[in-house]
Design a protein around this ligand. Structure first.
Ligand SMILES: Nc1ncnc2c1ncn2[C@@H]1O[C@H](COP(=O)(O)OP(=O)(O)OP(=O)(O)O)[C@@H](O)[C@H]1O
Ligand SMILES: [Mg+2]
Length: 245
């Protein structure tokens, strides 16, 4: 379980998060919505201990990660698979080496085992044929798929974190990424691996999430399901979700 307790974070004089509190189970499918610069990516960084809050606590499975050392954070990070904003592949490495990177770094697998696992993962995300290509030779949608395969490589996550996984993609390709995300988070709670997707594309958010959080001015101004979302009376949120109304 993830628990944010009264989390506050500023950069210089700019307040990003102000007394943010929420709880999430690992099997939930959550979208964090908000305008550009609202602090969505920051929330993912806080969950992974890549960023520390100024005050408040962040509990992952009951452990306050804000006081952990870097070496202890590894166990926390292994609970999650993360696809960073824009996919963020290593430009100088082939698709094979991008996906193999964490396997080489964190496991003792042999070369043959790595090759087999890489092919498995690429097959799972539907682009095994791209194994020998370089990132620059891939379309945006293919790059996202490789990034998802890479995020799955090193660990069996309890939950998937996606930062703007469909931003910049055409509607059809974006839809296929949403389908892949749903496939990876299939099954019934409490057994399934849930997801937190951070996005400003509300039409994609509703394809994968069951719970919606809206972040505005450092606070959560909405937390509810799709029906509650569509019936919101909050003016800013109404404008934000205009495309699905
Ligand atoms: N390392 C940093 N130093 C200073 N300011 C930062 C830093 N990281 C983020 N910020 C600021 O914090 C705010 C929130 O950033 P964040 O990346 O979380 O926004 P976001 O909601 O993910 O936006 P987007 O939708 O554009 O990705 C922004 O105003 C950003 O400029
Ligand atoms: Mg962001």
């Amino acid at each position: 379980m993830i628990v944010f307790e009264d989390v506050t974070l500023s950069y210089g004089t700019k307040i990003i998060l102000e007394g943010l509190s929420f709880q999430a189970n690992f099997h939930e499918k959550i979208a964090i919505l908000g305008k550009s610069g609202a602090g969505k990516t920051t929330i993912l960084k806080l969950i992974l201990g890549l960023q520390n809050p100024d005050s408040g606590r962040i509990l992952i499975d009951g452990t306050d990660i804000t006081v952990l050392k870097e070496s202890q954070l590894r166990d926390v990070r292994m609970k999650f698979s993360i696809v960073f904003q824009e996919g963020a592949l290593f430009d100088s490495l082939s698709v094979r080496e991008n996906v193999a990177f964490c396997l080489r770094e964190y496991t003792d697998l042999t070369e043959e085992e790595i090759e087999e696992r890489v092919r498995d993962l690429l097959r799972r995300v539907g682009i095994e044929e791209a194994i020998d290509l370089m990132p620059e030779q891939l379309s945006g949608g293919m790059q996202r798929r490789v990034a998802i395969a890479r995020s799955l490589a090193a660990c069996e996550p309890r939950m998937f974190l996606y930062d703007e996984p469909t931003t910049g993609l055409d509607p059809i390709t974006a839809d296929s990424i949403c389908a892949l995300m749903n496939e990876l988070s299939s099954g019934q709670p409490p057994d399934r691996k849930g997801l937190i997707v951070v996005t400003h594309k509300v039409t994609d958010a509703v394809k994968v999430a069951e719970r919606f959080l809206y972040l505005s001015e450092g606070r959560l101004t909405f937390d509810g399901d799709i029906d509650a979302l569509k019936n919101t009376t909050d003016d800013e949120l109404k404008r934000f979700i205009y495309d699905i109304l």
